[in-house]
Design a protein around this ligand. Structure first.
Ligand SMILES: Nc1nc2c(c(=O)[nH]1)N[C@H]1C(S)=C(S)[C@@H](COP(=O)(O)O)O[C@H]1N2
Ligand SMILES: [Mo]
Length: 414
């Protein structure tokens, strides 16, 4: 902490002074007096063999409202992560959002039986077992996945509902470029189709340049094997591209000389050409996770505003926070070193004066792209900014959270 910045004790004191006697935290036992010991956890097999969180921690994923299965299966389509309770940049595997194009169907795959075949416009088609893949040189990288449908809506109340279809994990696997080189690409190779193991393959066409650049065939997540919900035993990571390209249960890669139309194109075919030109890549984006919709500030005084920022264009370079509805923008602090195509945690120290206001955050990525407001996007598409306005294509607009004078927080787009 810099010498000019007041020490924590003074923060708390000034908070108390500002709020007229409001204190942070409850009454502590006097010095020298020991609090009574809590009861002991039972030496339960479940707690020792694998581990569980405390029963006092209850944050869970929820079905993402208003996202029915696109083909009418009517099952849970996408499941959102509780960002309002998140800390740091890693989403615990148990809380990573889940995206399934055909409802809550998750195949159970025996890794001994699983194969990855690479064929098409290659010199040597090859088939890999999981054991083969694990013998190859590996990389470990932090990356977010975000569903293209992760959009704010005036009706959504919490950050889990507006932004919970993004998550960030540490992924381990083999660079796809290494496998493609083993197979030898033919000169005409320009796309590849990645296919999952389900009845409906979850296949997507991806430019071969992206495959050679930074795609990953991942078997590890947050220090252990992938979870079934995340594609056990093998998934494709396509850093910075829409979630739908990150093929789970990966079993086949066909190298092609053209775009192949697949089931996954359901969401992309009817786009306007200027929307389609926005491409597969997620734009610079950020959201304040605390304070966020549905939360309640206990009173005026000191708060650390916290949020997440990310971009498909690379690392987050800068995040700004406004505490007055966008009149002034202040640089937020980015915790640690921002990684490419990964969530970055930002914070901003704020003394709330108790008046109604609006909190905003704005991300700039390493390409210099800046997160737009909904008003800017509406103007770009020449549409009125009313209740019915929905951002075309990927929605990376600034999320406003309105703080009422009673400390309640709600969606500023409502
Ligand atoms: N095989 C397969 N891969 C898939 C899907 C699927 O249904 N089947 N869903 C896609 C979608 S729409 C998204 S948003 C991401 C979500 O990844 P996650 O469930 O690990 O968060 O996986 C993609 N990969
Ligand atoms: Mo998705």
């Amino acid at each position: 902490m810099g010498s000019k910045r007041p020490a924590r004790r003074e923060f708390l004191k000034s908070g108390a002074a500002l709020a007229g006697g409001f204190a942070l935290g409850g009454a502590a036992p006097a010095i020298g007096q020991t609090p009574s010991s809590p009861p002991m956890l039972k030496g339960d097999k479940d707690l020792i063999a694998y581990g569980e969180r405390s029963r006092f921690v209850t944050s869970v994923r929820i079905a993402h409202g208003g996202r029915p299965s696109p083909d009418g299966f009517g099952l849970v389509f996408h499941v959102a992560s509780p960002l309002q309770d998140s800390v740091g940049v890693i989403t615990p595997s148990s809380l990573h959002f889940v995206g399934t194009t055909r409802g809550s169907y998750i195949p159970e795959i025996d890794p001994q039986e699983h194969r990855l075949m690479i064929h098409g416009m290659v010199d040597r088609p090859l088939t890999f077992t999981m054991e083969d893949l694990k013998r190859l040189p590996s990389v470990t990288r932090l990356h977010f996945i975000e569903c293209a449908g992760n959009r704010t809506s005036p009706k959504a109340k919490t950050v889990q509902e507006t932004h919970g279809m993004t998550s960030c994990a540490e992924w381990t696997g083999v660079p796809l470029s290494l496998l493609l080189k083993e197979c030898g690409l033919k000169g005409s190779a320009s796309w590849f189709v990645a296919e999952g193991s389900e009845e409906v393959k979850g296949a997507s066409s991806i430019p071969i340049g992206k495959g050679m650049d930074d795609c990953l065939v991942a078997y590890g997540m947050n220090g252990e094997a992938l979870r079934p919900q995340q594609g056990f035993p093998l998934r494709l990571m396509v850093p910075g591209f829409e979630g739908i390209f990150h093929t789970k249960y990966l079993r086949r890669i066909k190298v092609t000389d053209r775009y192949y139309m697949n089931y996954n194109d359901y969401g992309h075919l009817d786009r306007e050409s200027d929307e389609a030109a926005l491409g597969f890549q997620i734009g610079p984006k950020s959201v304040i996770t605390f304070p966020s919709g549905g939360q309640q500030l206990p009173g005026r005084g000191f708060y650390e505003i916290r949020g997440l920022a990310w971009s498909g264009g690379g690392a987050v370079r800068k995040v700004e926070v406004s505490t007055d509805g966008g009149k002034r923008w202040n640089d937020a602090e980015i915790k640690g070193t921002a990684q490419r195509m990964a969530h970055a945690r930002f914070t901003y120290q704020w003394n709330w004066d108790g008046n109604e206001t609006e909190l905003l955050s704005r991300c700039t990525d390493e390409l210099g792209s800046v997160q737009p407001s909904r008003a800017q996007v509406a103007k770009f598409f020449n549409k009125p900014l009313d209740e019915s306005f929905s951002v075309p294509g990927l929605d990376n607009t600034i999320q406003p959270w309105r703080i009422a004078s009673d400390g309640s927080v709600r969606n500023g787009n409502a």
